[in-house]
Design a protein around this ligand. Structure first.
Ligand SMILES: Nc1ncnc2c1ncn2[C@@H]1O[C@H](COP(=O)(O)OP(=O)(O)OP(=O)(O)O)[C@@H](O)[C@H]1O
Ligand SMILES: [Mg+2]
Length: 259
């Protein structure tokens, strides 16, 4: 079933659409000088390959990139208005574009805002950020939560603007418990207080598949819901929105839009 603006607007929330085009000119975007990390390990990524694969869209005239810029602006406004710095990206079901949205949003935030951006892969069931960035087998969030691995050993700097990544880490069985744990709450509190000019973007699992997303959503300030045009059912979107709660909902990002 197709989603349209009317349906999304009826819910009283912002609609942000982004589209992807396969054959676009993609000149490199001017990014600010990367900040120097004294403790964060540098882990370069092949940005050109990511652009080729359309995993990253950041060309100045690319309609998808322009949509991400708008999304970034909306998120920053929302955070400025409400206060807070931690947002989570989720969706009703699998494969609707959460990781793609979270990663590109983080890249756009990191490129043009005077903030450091931390992208956290909190989809411990089907982690993908490390895969998309070409970092197989890296440790991350689960290693911190399970065996208290020090954060500074886990954070990676991909040399994309002011962006730092906390990958998901080693596979775990009890992901919902981990994400709802005291250790996770402490970690989010530390993210919020220790680094004043930082935005944290969590990539979550789907809301309707497991309790993980809801467990983590307790700790964040805002939630961005992704819906895939032609794929996400209205009733699933409505259910996911009401489960996370309208109070924290930043809006719905309509992925795979053709408009
Ligand atoms: N707008 C888009 N246009 C084309 N392909 C897309 C788009 N958004 C996502 N994809 C592709 O769809 C697949 C799933 O996307 P993504 O991994 O972002 O979804 P997800 O919601 O994070 O999935 P999961 O539920 O497994 O975490 C990927 O191969 C991605 O490249
Ligand atoms: Mg994902």
């Amino acid at each position: 079933m197709l989603l349209d603006n009317r349906v999304l607007n009826d819910a009283g929330h912002t609609v942000t659409e982004f589209v992807t085009h396969r054959a676009m000119n993609r000149p490199a975007m001017g990014v600010p000088e990367p900040i120097r990390y004294t403790r964060t390990r540098v882990m370069p990524v092949d940005l050109e390959a990511l652009r080729e694969q359309r995993r990253v869209v950041d060309g100045p005239d690319d309609p998808a990139a322009i949509s991400f810029k708008m999304l970034r602006t909306q998120v920053m406004f929302w955070l400025a208005e409400r206060g807070g710095s931690c947002i989570a990206v989720t969706s009703p079901g699998r494969g609707e574009g959460k990781t793609t949205t979270a990663m590109n949003l983080a890249i756009h935030l990191a490129a043009e805002v005077d903030y450091t951006v931390l992208l956290v892969d909190a989809n411990l069931r089907a982690p993908a950020v490390h895969e998309y960035l070409g970092w197989p087998g890296v440790r991350g969030l689960s290693d911190h939560l399970a065996v208290n691995a020090p954060l500074e050993e886990l954070l990676l700097h991909p040399q994309i603007g002011r962006m730092v990544v906390l990958p998901a880490g080693s596979p775990v069985l009890n992901s919902a418990e981990m994400l709802g744990s005291r250790a996770m709450a402490d970690l989010v509190a530390e993210f919020k207080t220790r680094y004043p000019r930082r935005v944290v973007v969590f990539d979550l699992p789907p809301v309707l598949q497991a309790t993980d997303a809801l467990a983590l959503s307790k700790h964040v300030d805002g939630i961005l819901m992704v819906a895939a045009q032609g794929r996400t059912h209205r009733r699933d979107l409505a259910r996911a929105q009401s489960l996370v709660g309208f109070d924290k909902l930043i809006g719905v990002a309509l992925n795979r839009s053709t408009g």
